[in-house]
Write a protein that binds this ligand. Structure first.
Ligand code: SF4
Length: 247
């Protein structure tokens, strides 16, 4: 029997999604993206800006246009295409290994069989591949053609989520996905949750800092109950008698 819902739909969520989407670069349409490309792109992109990652991945694909050629690539050659890329040697060694492991598991260089696994198994398979984090795995599942709900909430995403009142006070990180799903419009699909998660990561990075958030610049301020509480709050130093300045 399905567990009863605990939280009512929060009518701010469509507007929150709309606003955080403005912070994200335009995505290629889902249908155009091969999940295996998305996986390899995710590995290359770790620690890079999106522009740097796109440029690097393009160099790799131009030199090795097929997955077969990439599987057989010498790590040294791959590394030479990643000048200035963090952990280049490790990434260059991981890419052919990832392709070989996928071929061993599925009999072909394709992630299409993931769509026949349940979400947990698919995530477990992907995160066992070298240098594939849970975040990369979640992004790959969005491109496998299934409509499963994949919601990634890490500590950074949780911060604005809690301040926006979209999580119960004191709720553990593991409880947040369900709390958010219950509060969301029933028509939302996995890509909406994925976009919200990516957008809130940007909000956390740019405005909703761990210490004092920059609410006056945050596009969510008019929807956020915490914005009023943090605006104008003076941070004082424990030493000295002068009043701390907000400048
Ligand atoms: S308004 Fe302030 S507290 Fe709310 S999400 Fe934005 S930065 Fe965080």
């Amino acid at each position: 029997m399905q567990a009863p819902l605990t939280f009512a739909v929060d009518n701010r969520l469509p507007e929150i999604l709309e606003r955080v989407l403005q912070l994200l670069p335009k995505q290629r349409p889902v249908a155009d993206t091969n999940p295996l490309d998305q996986l390899l792109y995710g590995v290359v992109a770790q620690g890079l800006s999106s522009a740097g990652a796109t440029a690097c991945f393009r160099r790799v694909k131009e030199r090795f246009p097929s997955f077969v050629s990439l599987r057989d690539a010498e790590p040294e050659t791959l590394r030479s295409l990643m000048v200035g890329v963090p952990s280049a040697a490790l990434k260059a060694a991981a890419i052919p290994d990832i392709l070989r492991l996928i071929e061993e598991a599925f009999g072909s260089l394709s992630l299409e069989p993931l769509s026949r696994l349940d979400q947990e198994l698919a995530l477990r398979f992907l995160t066992r591949l070298p240098r594939v984090t849970e975040e990369i795995a979640v992004s790959v599942l969005r491109f496998t053609g299934t409509d499963r709900l994949v919601l990634h909430i890490d500590r950074d995403v949780a911060r604005p989520l809690r301040r926006l009142g979209l999580a119960e006070p004191g709720a553990p990180l593991s409880a947040l996905p369900r709390q958010l799903i219950e509060r969301s419009p029933v028509a939302w699909r996995s890509e909406d949750f994925a976009a919200l998660s990516r957008g809130l990561t940007r909000v956390a990075d740019r405005f909703c800092h761990q210490g004092r958030p920059d609410c006056s610049s945050c596009p969510l301020a008019s929807l956020c109950p915490a914005a009023e509480k943090t605006e104008g709050k003076v941070v004082t130093f424990p030493f000295g008698k002068r009043k701390a300045s907000l400048a």
